[in-house]
Design a protein around this ligand. Structure first.
Ligand SMILES: Cc1cc2nc3c(=O)[nH]c(=O)nc-3n(C[C@H](O)[C@H](O)[C@H](O)COP(=O)(O)OP(=O)(O)OC[C@H]3O[C@@H](n4cnc5c(N)ncnc54)[C@H](O)[C@@H]3O)c2cc1C
Ligand SMILES: Cc1cc2nc3c(=O)[nH]c(=O)nc-3n(C[C@H](O)[C@H](O)[C@H](O)COP(=O)(O)O)c2cc1C
Length: 611
């Protein structure tokens, strides 16, 4: 063994031999080799080279770099895709790969032509729409201006939810359009359902493996230090105890109050849950995911329709449980989704089932209002208990916008839950989670929960910034949290709430709290729209238009604009009304006003939490 600058070398390899071996190499070749050996180092140790060593051989960018920089491009509405993008960047950096993380919101489409290696992580929103932050790039990609991409290698991870008919549509769009433009997949797209974590990890591992095997190792001396910077630029999640679908917190119910008065057409509950000793942290704008339990009558309907006895036990991989317990706690029964129809159709040979699946326009109305019992009744077939359980979808949690501030209620989380009840296809039906919370959970019972952080639906960092909050029905929930938080922080920014619901006497949710805040000057403006209190329907969008001068004034003064509530009825109506406000008050064309509103969204000053 010989020693070189304090390092023990293998026998036969000493300083003189190394000098001799490298004597005829050009500067470029030396630089490449230094990077190559650093790549080997990183691959063997599973990490980037130590800082001191990296500085010895720091190579200029001109050095040959066989693995191109990986651009990780994410499009995210609530932060899941961003989280996965950061995870991917960390894993790539760990392998000594050079990576840059970019938000679609800030990404100019024309840069695509320069990309060599791109990994896309994108969710789907609305009914198969891109997240707001991805809208512009998505539009550009499908326009005539989209460049050809023959140089690009790529892969897409699509985040979504199988309960939507247009499952992972935006991810599919990116994937297919890149291919149409001449780009080549380095790995096939992976589509993720709500519990995306395992699938995302698998994709990250596989795609990095593929990149490592297809490209020559990069000179890690240049790669590693540069790689950590952009990845680190993505804000880290706050350190908190990591509860999840698999490891929820069992929160005790402290309070459950019906908020609507007698005779209301609505049924809304205010719930207070105990977080003491949980270590669970949330911020206003986040949602609480609740794990529901299906109601007994629905479990019985499903058993009856499947003609199966409840006591039969089924194998869930790690445990055997009675069928009725699995149906109550582990499988989605109240909502029928395309993936379940597809698996069921493979077992039940009904021509009409195939026809429905072949035509989304027919499928969507079929699914709406139908549940698993309806499917089993409409298309009967012989199924074992085990097959039924394997055909159904794991029971997903439901999200509820958090209605409290931890500063105002340490160790508590409050929710505003509207009970879903309706009649369809000859049966009385109830939403699984909302009626679980409304009917089947009492004070002192426990509910399984975890936080779904919403990265973007947040109060402005600058507490001097004004906020306009537009909420209808349970859409008022996050605004209660916003105002509580701003009061606790002593924020100087003004707060304006526009709230809508059917009737003043029965549906003015949190009325006394708002009026108290108003009296104390903590809520600066309050406008209400009770749609059914007069012959002519009045909604929050009418209030926006009636106050257009002030709304525009607040926006011009830098206010953030928030919308929460019904996706179909509220989301689009408010955007239209705000565009009209801007057109009228700025005296500009409809197109220019639409641009103004679009810009607010891009700047993340117009924020939506619609469902
Ligand atoms: C980010 C986010 C925040 C949310 N915040 C809140 C909140 O603060 N408060 C709140 O109450 N909800 C909130 N929701 C909605 C909530 O997550 C649930 O979707 C809602 O409670 C219904 O769930 P469920 O389990 O009770 O109903 P499910 O069992 O999921 O049943 C709902 C399904 O029933 C069908 N259906 C419903 N009504 C009818 C009808 N009239 N006719 C035919 N079919 C019908 C539809 O197919 C619908 O998808 C939020 C959702 C998201 C994504
Ligand atoms: C209002 C709303 C609409 C959604 N629409 C769809 C959809 O049409 N298709 C789909 O696959 N997923 C849909 N999803 C599910 C999201 O894509 C999924 O929650 C994803 O994990 C969000 O990732 P993000 O936080 O990066 O935006 C929707 C979610 C919400 C809240």
């Amino acid at each position: 063994m010989t020693s070189l600058q304090g390092t023990t070398l293998p026998a036969g390899l000493d300083d003189a031999t190394l000098q001799q071996l490298s004597g005829n190499l050009t500067e470029q070749q030396l630089l490449w080799l230094s990077g190559y050996f650093y790549g080997r180092y990183a691959a063997n140790t599973g990490g980037a080279p130590p800082q001191a060593a990296a500085s010895v051989v720091a190579a200029p960018a001109a050095a040959a770099a066989p693995v191109p920089t990986i651009t990780v491009l994410f499009g995210s509405q609530t932060g899941n895709s961003k989280k996965v993008a950061k995870q991917l960047a960390d894993a790539a950096t760990g392998k000594g790969l050079k990576v840059e993380v970019k938000d679609m919101n800030d990404y100019a489409g024309r840069n695509l032509a320069q990309e060599k290696l791109m990994l896309v992580v994108v969710s789907t929103q609305g009914e198969g729409d891109p997240p707001v932050s991805a809208e512009e790039l998505h539009q550009f990609l499908f326009s005539k201006r989209a460049p050809k991409l023959p140089e690009l290698r790529y892969s897409v991870l699509a985040l979504g939810d199988k309960s939507y008919v247009e499952f992972c549509k935006t991810g599919r769009d990116f994937d297919e359009r890149f291919a149409e433009l001449g780009a080549q997949r380095i790995l096939d797209r992976v589509d993720c359902d709500v519990d995306y974590e395992a699938a995302a990890e698998g994709w990250i591992e596989a795609v990095l493996e593929k990149i490592s095997s297809e490209f020559a190792p990069a000179p890690a001396a240049t790669a590693a230090p540069a790689a950590s910077a952009p990845a680190a630029a993505v804000k880290a999640e706050p350190a908190a105890v990591n509860y999840s679908r698999k490891h929820p917190w069992e929160a005790r119910v402290l309070e459950s109050i019906q908020l609507n008065g007698r005779g209301s057409s609505k049924e809304t509950y205010h719930l207070e849950l105990d977080l003491a000793s949980s270590g669970l942290h949330y911020e206003p704008g986040d949602a609480l995911a609740v794990v529901p339990v299906n109601e007994d009558p629905l479990v019985e309907e499903v058993l009856k329709a499947a003609r199966l006895p409840e006591g039969e036990s089924v194998d869930l991989g790690t445990e055997r449980l009675p069928l009725s317990a699995v149906l109550a706690n582990r499988r989605e029964l109240s909502v029928l989704t395309r993936d379940v129809m597809e698996r069921y159709a493979a077992l039940a040979p009904h021509a009409q089932l195939q026809e429905l699946l072949a035509d989304t326009k027919q499928l969507q109305p079929y699914l709406y209002g139908r549940d698993i019992a309806d499917l089993l009744t409409d298309f009967p077939t012989e199924l074992s208990a085990q097959t039924l359980v394997e055909t159904l979808r794991p029971l997903p949690s439901r999200a509820y916008s958090i209605a409290s501030s931890l500063l105002a209620h340490p160790d508590e989380v409050h929710l505003t839950v509207g009970a879903v009840r309706y009649e369809a296809f000859g049966r009385r039906k109830q939403g699984a989670c909302s009626t679980f919370l409304a009917d089947r959970v009492a004070v002192d019972d426990v509910v399984k929960v975890f936080v779904e952080h919403n990265e973007y639906f947040k109060l402005p960092q600058n507490t001097d910034t004004d906020i306009i909050m537009v909420g209808a029905g349970t859409g008022v929930a996050p605004f209660r949290a916003f105002v509580e938080e701003r009061v606790e922080l002593g924020a100087a920014g003004r707060n304006w709430l526009l709230f809508g619901n059917p009737n003043f006497t029965t549906d003015f949710l949190y009325q006394t709290e708002w009026q108290q805040y108003l009296k104390q000057g903590k809520l600066n403006k309050l406008h209400v729209a009770f749609s059914r209190d007069q012959a002519e329907k009045i909604y929050v969008q009418n209030r926006l238009l009636e106050n257009s001068k002030e709304v525009y004034g607040w926006l011009e003064n830098g206010a953030n604009f928030y919308v929460c509530g019904d996706k179909v009825r509220l989301g689009a109506a408010i955007q239209t009304a705000l565009t009209e406000v801007v057109q009228r008050e700025a005296g500009i064309s409809a197109e220019a006003a639409a641009d103004y509103v679009r810009n607010l969204k891009k700047q993340r000053r117009y924020l939506e939490d619609v469902y």
